[in-house]
Design a protein around this ligand. Structure first.
Ligand SMILES: [Zn+2]
Ligand SMILES: [Zn+2]
Ligand SMILES: [Zn+2]
Length: 548
């Protein structure tokens, strides 16, 4: 059947959005009605049930032991520590129940979710890395999320196979790096962005784009005074350089008929961000490895024919799924399940099959009942909708929505999102920002005993701008040794404030239609560089001609 582009009004933000002909084909294929939310509002709705790094000390409701969890101590549902939750001692099927056709689906699903124990954190096979989440195989890491196989990495996200990196976002096979974004195979880099394979391109020993010998570079680095004023000046110099050299309209390579940013090896992938090896996909974020024929997936690997899923490894023919691991197949509306297929509206199952609301059925019984529930949900207008914001276990400012679409408390409440007010911290400050040592040489070993005030607490404007600020922070011995190795001063801001600054350095996950800025070129494209930005934005062809 022939489909036409259609404009619709988003039921959430009330703005107009477009449904493309290809989208209609996909909805038809998986038998769901077209979306009622715009792509950004759908993305925010998925991000809302993803808390990566707001950790709380609380009790494990099974063992009574003190644990670290992404769930606050005051949530309704029980929370179990990982080892207990994954053991045979816990089976979520015992909470199974019948479906009631006189009531909406989500209401019944919420009742189930609020009694089934939740997994405190997800950090399997990790040594001495209690404060890591959505991660695996890490050793001696601290405050690290969505990362795997690292050692001694701190305050970072999306780090892989790296050693002793601090405050990095997307670091692959790198070591001794600090405050870097999108780096691969880098060593001793500080405040670097988009330095992939710098060694391969023989771009070693560059000082503000000036080529130096190894010796010259090392002398420059040694003589460079890493105090706050010189760091600020260097950053400004770097910004000046950045706006003089043309940039390609997207970050990434090898794309065909695709749009987005930070994309690699993609074919017919529309409006995708930070995706690799995507084919026939749209509205995807952080979807990696052999992902085909999917729409609206966030944080997945190896996906097929799936829609509106978040935090899943290997989703196949599945829809409306959040935080499931070890693959999920032919399932709908499931959450926190491991190795599941043919399940509907289930929570916390391990190797589940033919279950509805955690109750076990025979295959034919299951298929029959599933069909009836979908019919029921069509009538209640629930079928085709992802879990609503009000069913998220997290407030807006605890979730990843705050990272990609930051709001102040006033804005969030006005939009109808929940906001979490952290109990007053009142840490007794022993070191104020203005008294911080200027250089690495001046740092005393006993700095690890100090409670340092975060610099954003000095003005009410800044306080509003950095709603996740912890107000004060401590320096860990591991962190201090990294500053010493890299000759760096102590940061002025706490971890969440530094993270917020880092996120604003990356282009937003939005696209604007623009024209190539090279004189005489008429190429047009979708780019994450907003029209009012200072960079010179080129199409692929002009960029290649200029830079290589
Ligand atoms: Zn919207
Ligand atoms: Zn702060
Ligand atoms: Zn051009």
């Amino acid at each position: 059947m022939e489909y036409k582009t259609e404009n619709k009004k988003c039921q959430n933000c009330k703005k107009t959005f477009t449904i493309e002909p290809d989208d209609f084909g996909f909805y038809e294929k998986i038998k769901v009605p077209p979306p009622t939310f715009c792509p950004d509002c759908r993305y925010i709705r998925r991000l809302l049930d993803r808390n990566e790094y707001n950790f709380y000390k609380r009790k494990c409701d099974a063992t009574e032991k003190s644990i670290i969890s992404i769930y606050r101590p005051d949530v309704l549902f029980p929370v179990y520590k990982q080892e207990y939750w994954k053991s045979d001692a816990f089976d979520a099927k015992k909470y199974g129940r019948d479906f009631d056709f006189t009531r909406p689906f989500f209401e019944q699903y919420e009742e189930l979710r609020n009694v089934v124990p939740h997994l405190a954190m997800v950090n399997s096979n990790s040594v001495n890395s209690e404060y890591t989440n959505q991660s695996q195989n890490n050793k001696e890491c601290y405050m690290l999320v969505t990362s795997g196989s690292n050692e001694k990495c701190i305050y970072g996200s999306w780090c892989q196979n790296s050693h002793f990196c601090g405050d990095c976002y997307m670091a692959f096979k790198s070591e001794f790096c600090y405050e870097c974004i999108n780096i691969a195979r880098c060593s001793k880099c500080v405040w670097c962005q988009d330095c992939s394979d710098s060694v391969l391109r023989e771009k070693q020993y560059y000082w503000f784009n000036e080529s130096l010998t190894k010796k010259q570079y090392e002398k420059k680095l040694k003589d460079f005074s890493f105090n706050k004023i010189s760091i600020k000046k260097s950053m400004e110099k770097m910004m000046e350089l950045r706006v003089k050299i043309p940039v390609k309209y997207y970050h990434g390579s090898q794309i065909q008929n695709s749009s987005g940013d930070y994309i690699e090896n993609c074919q017919r992938a529309r409006y995708t961000f930070n995706c690799k090896e995507n084919k026939d996909t749209a509205y995807m974020q952080d979807a990696w490895l052999q992902t085909e024929d999917c729409l609206d997936c966030t944080e997945i690997i190896i996906g097929q024919l799936s829609y509106e899923v978040q935090g899943i490894d290997t989703p196949h023919r599945s829809m409306f799924i959040r935080s499931c691991f070890n693959s999920i197949t032919d399932s709908c509306y499931c959450d926190m399940c491991f190795g599941t297929n043919n399940c509907f509206g289930c929570f916390g199952l391990k190797k589940g099959q033919y279950c509805i609301l955690n109750k076990q059925y025979e295959k034919t019984e299951y298929l029959e009942l599933k069909k009836k529930i979908i019919e029921h949900m069509r009538k209640t207008k629930e079928w085709g909708e992802y879990f609503s914001a009000k069913f998220s276990p997290f407030a807006y400012n605890e979730s990843m929505a705050q990272d990609y679409f930051p709001l102040t408390k006033t804005e969030a409440l006005k939009t109808g999102y929940a906001w979490y007010d952290h109990p007053s911290r009142n840490y007794p400050i022993t070191l104020f920002t203005k008294n911080l040592p200027e250089t690495s040489a001046e740092i005393q070993e006993n700095i690890v005993e100090e409670t340092i005030q975060c610099s954003t607490q000095n003005s009410s404007d800044q306080k509003e701008k950095y709603p996740l600020c912890t107000t004060a922070f401590k320096i860990t011995p591991l962190e201090l040794s990294l500053y010493k190795i890299l000759n760096l001063p102590i940061p002025k801001k706490c971890f969440p404030c530094r993270r917020q600054d880092r996120f604003t350095l990356r282009n937003p996950r939005r696209l604007w239609h623009r024209k190539c800025m090279k004189e005489g070129c008429n190429n047009e494209f979708e780019t994450s560089y907003a029209p009012d930005r200072p960079e010179i934005v080129y199409c692929e062809k002009c960029y290649q001609a200029e830079v290589y």
